[in-house]
Design a protein around this ligand. Structure first.
Ligand SMILES: [Zn+2]
Length: 303
């Protein structure tokens, strides 16, 4: 397993009191160091995504808008929930770059599993809109980057963040080679691109209060047949941990062990269909202790 991160992802500042705060990542990396995980799997500096890679998922106008919005100092809102400081665009560029570099690694075969310990998250960013704490859609950029490679004809994006991956759906819905499976609390933010009729989009809504049993049953019912039918050559994970029972933003009741379970399931799907290739990118997760323990369970299963 290889882990990518970058200092810019810690330096991405938001408004005071915002849940998607730098401590999410600094605290997580300190925890991974304390338990010896980054001793066994040292952190690698993520490169910046290339403009070519970004512009497969976003129009030039979106990247221009982000570049023009970078404040000289302090933070500014770019959407009611989404803030930018001086390092925020740099952070989003290396977050997407981490996913692309991870894809390069698993296609070359130097590693078969990659985790991207990055922020801001990406799955709410639509092609022309930053939203929901997200500036660039890292996994969608990664999926379209992967499809440039001769070895990768089909990609599956599996998203277990508590929020629907609206941006990933919007960007990938017209790419039949990309399967997007998203489980999420419903009804809940962001209420976009949910009522869909695209064959490559599998939505798994879960009512507030759902726990381990409901989550596991729904994933087995929806994701297993979809992935088997799609036969992906690569699996990308939008790894959000805000469906945890302790998360302050949402009302699902998953435990660390559910993240271990779903990761083990994805590992077995990747072994069966995708030559073992998995690149996972951090999305949400806003209780610092629950984020640490959930990511530890995820990485234990991934490694
Ligand atoms: Zn989320």
């Amino acid at each position: 397993m290889k882990i990518y991160s970058h200092q810019a992802c810690i330096e991405h500042e938001v408004s005071p009191g915002h849940p998607e705060r730098p401590e999410r990542l600094s605290n997580l990396l300190a925890h991974l160091s304390n338990i010896g995980l980054t001793h066994d799997y040292p952190l690698h500096d993520a490169p910046r995504a290339t403009n070519d890679a970004i512009l497969r998922a976003h129009p030039t106008s979106h990247l221009d808008h982000l570049e023009q919005s970078v404040p000289l100092d302090g933070v500014i809102p770019i959407d009611p929930d989404t803030w930018m400081g001086r390092q925020s665009l740099a952070a989003a560029l290396v977050a997407a770059g981490a996913v692309c570099a991870g894809i390069d690694d698993v296609v070359k075969g130097s590693d078969s599993r990659v985790f991207c310990a990055v922020r801001p998250p990406g799955h709410h960013a639509e092609s022309d809109a930053a939203m929901g704490f997200c500036l660039l859609n890292s996994v969608a950029i990664g999926a379209l980057h992967a499809l440039q490679k001769a070895e990768i004809g089909r990609v599956a994006i599996l998203d277990f963040d508590v929020h629907h991956g609206n941006g990933t759906v919007e960007i990938c819905k017209d790419h039949p080679d990309v399967l997007v499976c998203s489980s999420f609390q419903h009804p809940f933010y962001p209420h976009r691109f949910y009522d869909s009729d695209w064959p490559n989009i599998i939505n798994t809504p879960l009512p507030a209060g759902s726990g381990s049993y409901e989550f596991r049953a729904a994933i087995e019912r929806d994701w297993l047949p979809a992935v088997a039918a799609h036969q992906p050559d690569l699996i990308l994970i939008s790894a959000g941990f805000d469906a945890h029972a302790l998360d302050p933003l949402a009302a699902l009741n998953l435990e660390d062990d559910d993240f271990r379970w779903v990761t083990e399931l994805i590992v077995s799907l990747a072994s069966e269909h995708a030559n073992g290739r998995i690149v996972s990118a951090l999305e949400g997760g806003y209780d610092l202790d629950a984020l640490n323990s959930s990511v530890t369970a995820h990485l234990g299963a991934l490694a």
